[in-house]
Design a protein around this ligand. Structure first.
Ligand code: TRP
Length: 335
């Protein structure tokens, strides 16, 4: 591959194959991943090893991993400049993770709030993997010498841990890892539940009307927006106390590129019914190409298998360099 351009900075992120992303995941993260891929050298992966930290049916893990890979491929990133892969297909991650374990203090890992939350939630299965989860995540990040990691608020502490581990290691052995920064470019929008606009849109919501899946059909999308919770003012404007309308305006703005002022003037004097219909329509149009591409990819087993293989090859090529370097520095005998 010839590369005459200046070396781009690297962005890395992984997503767990738990279920089909919501509109919130898409507008908050995935849509930006596509934008970033134009300016950065991007590596995006499916974190199947992380998904094993809670009990999951093997066949479900397998199918969801394939679905999530298809979803990432459907973003249509330029395959020459970006890597899309499945975490477990690059054995280097788990290997580096072991080495980094030996440079992570029990105390600092114990302070991870997600570990504490999940231990409470899965009290019958507080396994060592759950405890070690952030170290594997540090390995994911550091093994590619990533410059930036786009993460949500819930992963900030984990990124901080990755930075601490990297700094500690560099301190002992000399420059080895790039210190990753949180990505603070184009901010992903925070999309709220359609039924309770004070809570984040979540796929685990028990009310199916609360969240929109990126694979929902146009009919379902229209219905869900029709029943979205708003207020009794009947005026489309972005203001404090209008959580439902603010959320719909955010969604509409993300899909159309219109500013809040433009939206307000376009819908001046119109009712919420019209506005909800317009938002639903914009979402349907936004998701149409993604859905078409996803459906094409997921139904072509040979193609998606080939993409996974190529992704793994590229991921291995890059990550092996760092792994070898680390192995050498710590004194493992390389023959
Ligand atoms: N823990 C992340 C999450 O659940 C997923 C993840 C795994 C990740 N490895 C990563 C995110 C590396 C960013 C970088 O959201």
């Amino acid at each position: 591959m010839e590369n005459t351009q200046e070396k781009k900075q690297r962005v890395l992120s992984l997503i767990q194959p738990t279920s089909i992303p919501t509109l919130g995941n898409y507008l908050g993260a995935l849509k930006n991943w596509k934008t970033m891929s134009r300016d950065y050298d991007c590596i995006f992966g499916v974190a199947d090893l992380h998904a094993l930290t809670v009990r999951i049916e093997p066949s479900l893990l397998r199918s969801q991993t394939r679905q999530m890979l298809a979803m990432l491929l459907a973003l249509d990133l330029d395959p020459m400049n970006n890597i899309v892969f499945v975490q477990s297909h690059a054995h280097t991650h788990a290997e580096l993770s072991w080495l980094l374990n030996c440079y992570t203090q029990f105390g600092e890992a114990s302070r991870m709030t997600q570990f504490k939350d999940k231990s409470r939630k899965h009290a019958d299965n507080v396994n060592v993997g759950l405890f070690d989860y952030p170290v594997l995540m540090a390995a994911d990040i550091l093994i590619y010498q990533s410059d930036f990691v786009p993460v949500g608020a819930d992963q900030k502490q984990h990124l901080e841990l990755a930075r601490n581990i990297a700094e500690r290691f560099n301190g002992i052995y000399g420059d080895t890892f790039t210190i990753p920064e949180p990505f603070i470019g184009t901010k992903g929008a925070k999309i709220m539940s359609l039924q309770d606009p004070t809570a984040k849109m979540s796929k685990s919501d028990t009310n199916p009307k609360a969240s929109v899946s990126v694979l929902d059909t146009p009919d379902v999308i229209v219905k869900k927006f029709k029943s979205a919770v708003t207020d009794s003012e009947a005026s489309v404007r972005y203001a404090e106390g209008k959580d439902g309308i603010n959320n719909l305006m955010t969604i509409y703005s993300c899909c159309t590129g219109l500013s809040y002022e433009q939206i307000e003037s376009d819908f001046a004097g119109k009712g919420y019914g019209d506005f909800k219909a317009a938002v639903a329509e914009a979402v349907v149009e936004e998701l149409r190409p993604l859905q078409a591409e996803y459906n094409r990819i997921i139904s072509d087993k040979a193609y998606i298998g080939e993409c996974a293989k190529q992704g793994a090859e590229k991921a291995l090529y890059v990550s092996q360099k760092t792994l070898r370097k680390v192995q050498k520095k710590v004194g493992l005998w390389q023959v």
